[in-house]
Write a protein that binds this ligand. Structure first.
Ligand SMILES: [Zn+2]
Length: 145
């Protein structure tokens, strides 16, 4: 899997959906990208406070009593589709790179990045064959597995 700069997973492991706030960073963080503190926003009792967050909708979300957030910016269907396509393309590129790395038979080195054609450095763990890779172009392919 590509290592993403921004996580699109919520704490329950569900992928973000259209309507979910684009600033949401997950409740493992104190604040969202807009600096809103999740716990302070919700207020009230500790019990079930995450279910009252307005940021995203999950199977654990409360059906009533959810608070509003002035900073909420719901993800549009178009943005969702764009991100899905981007993730799919990155995954395909990463798979291509992994096949090329395996074909070298080396435990470390570099190959031509299938995305930008610059150097992609890799190492293969002797113990389990897991491959680490990072393109020299910032923001291009990078993953750990
Ligand atoms: Zn690259």
């Amino acid at each position: 899997m590509p290592l993403l700069a921004h996580s699109f997973q919520d704490s329950e492991g569900d992928t973000m959906k259209p309507g979910d706030c684009i600033w949401y960073t997950g409740t493992m963080n104190a604040n969202c990208e807009k600096g809103v503190c999740y716990r302070a926003l919700v207020g009230g009792p500790d019990l079930g406070w995450m279910a009252r967050l307005p940021c995203i909708t999950t199977r654990l979300s409360a059906t009533e009593g959810r608070v509003d957030c002035a900073a909420k910016a719901p993800m549009s269907q178009e943005e969702y589709d764009r991100q899905q396509a981007e993730h799919k393309a990155a995954f395909a590129m990463t798979s291509t790179a992994i096949r090329a790395i395996r074909a070298t038979g080396l435990s470390e080195g570099s190959i031509e990045c299938p995305k930008c054609k610059k150097g992609l450095h890799f190492s293969v763990a002797r113990s389990n064959g897991h491959i680490w890779g990072r393109c020299e172009t910032g923001g291009c392919l990078a993953w750990m597995m």
